[in-house]
Design a protein around this ligand. Structure first.
Ligand code: AMP
Length: 365
């Protein structure tokens, strides 16, 4: 029998912070490899709990719940990046192993820190400026120009917390800043992208990195609608994307799966828009398109197992099922090439991610 030093054995317990669909699919992947799971979420109605062994319903910073989580789990991970720093402090104080680590979370939680970190490590982004006041914004607009995109530094997701500023007018700037709650912001130059792509990369405890082929992403109203993978990019673009992702996970001494969203410019250059220190919606195609999908890959990485293969076995069109679209499950289930993933959420509110469908086609040459 081959033994892997420091690896967790099947039967060990993995803690997952967050009870959404990403936590659900992580728990399913963990179960497939023989691990137990415990979910921590403040929401009594959540969709990860029903597929996990144990669910702790408590606030993310509740000391008692975190002590219980640390006593049950041999390693703890998370399914969203806005985990409070305090949670990690408490878990660290309890000697609990957390993967990915606090550094990746801190960098990904703040858009200015994120872009500063990326640029410091030779990863290009759009030009940007931190904005703490209206005066900062006026100065930043004078330097970067208009139109420009104002985003809150923290807590933005699915296109929320951002607004385009179309001109240099002080009143327009003021309205935008106040509209975002006059919170600390970042002003970003517009990326003249021809496509949005992402790479899902994994790094193991031993520093091994594995990256999947690129996905080409289409958003509607700031929400991911479709991913097509492998994206039809030149070998040079693929190489550029995988090199950038490798640089990022290595610089962070990262363990686990990361989603790296990028803009592809007309000249083929890639700018990194955002990193997500977790499994990612644009990696859902791997569930049916690869031997080892991003969820199993994440579990493998955090328990110290070897990473799995990342090449595509099929061309996949992943479509998110938003809100009431899930009600069409009967027709989708009857489609021969469609693999249906339903998250078991309650009410199909407009825009809510209720499931996704992967449609499989032969790989394009
Ligand atoms: P984000 O919340 O940063 O992921 O942004 C959501 C979406 O807004 C991205 O997927 C892009 O379509 C668009 N976007 C974000 N930043 C920029 C930018 N600097 N220039 C152009 N489009 C952007």
């Amino acid at each position: 029998m081959k033994t892997i030093p420091h690896a967790l054995h099947p039967g060990a317990t993995i803690g997952i912070i967050g009870g959404g669909q990403l936590g659900r699919m992580l728990a399913m992947a963990a179960a497939r490899l023989g691990f137990e799971t415990v979910i921590l979420t403040p929401e009594a109605e959540n969709c990860a709990g029903p597929v996990a062994g144990t669910v702790l319903i408590a606030d993310y910073t509740d000391p008692e719940a975190l002590a219980r989580l640390a006593s049950l789990a041999q390693v703890v991970t998370f399914e969203f990046e806005n985990v409070p720093a305090k949670t990690l402090e408490i878990l660290g104080g309890l000697g609990c192993q957390v993967a990915p680590g606090a550094k990746a979370l801190a960098v990904a939680q703040d858009r200015v820190d994120e872009k500063t970190f990326l640029n410091t490590h030779g990863v290009p982004t759009v030009d940007f400026a931190p904005v703490s006041s209206l005066a900062d914004l006026v100065e930043a607009l004078a330097r970067i120009g208009a139109p420009a995109l104002l985003k809150t530094r923290r807590d933005g997701y699915d296109g929320k917390g951002q607004v385009w500023i179309e001109n240099h007018d002080r009143a327009t700037a003021e309205a935008a800043f106040i509209g975002l709650g006059a919170k600390p912001c970042i002003l970003e130059a517009p990326a003249a992208f021809v496509r949005e792509v992402s790479v899902i990369a994994a790094r193991g405890h031993d520093g091994e990195v594995a990256a999947y082929p690129l996905g080409e992403n289409h958003h509607e109203s700031g929400i991911l609608r479709r991913t097509s993978a492998p994206a039809r990019v030149s070998p040079a673009t693929l190489d550029q994307a995988q090199t950038l992702a490798t640089r990022i996970v290595t610089a962070l001494d990262y363990v686990g799966v990361m989603g790296v969203e990028m803009f592809e410019l007309a000249n083929g250059q890639l700018l990194v828009n955002e990193i997500a220190p977790r499994v990612h919606n644009t990696g859902h195609w791997t569930l049916d398109g690869c031997e080892v999908d991003q969820f199993e890959q994440h579990i493998r990485a955090i328990v110290g197992w070897p990473l799995g293969p990342t090449h595509a076995l099929a061309q996949v069109e992943m479509t998110n099922l938003l809100g009431g679209e899930i009600l069409d499950w009967g027709n989708l289930a009857a489609e021969a090439e469609a693999r249906l993933w339903i998250y078991g959420k309650g009410e199909p509110r407009p825009g809510r991610k209720m499931g996704h469908v992967n449609r499989l086609f032969p790989l394009k040459p």
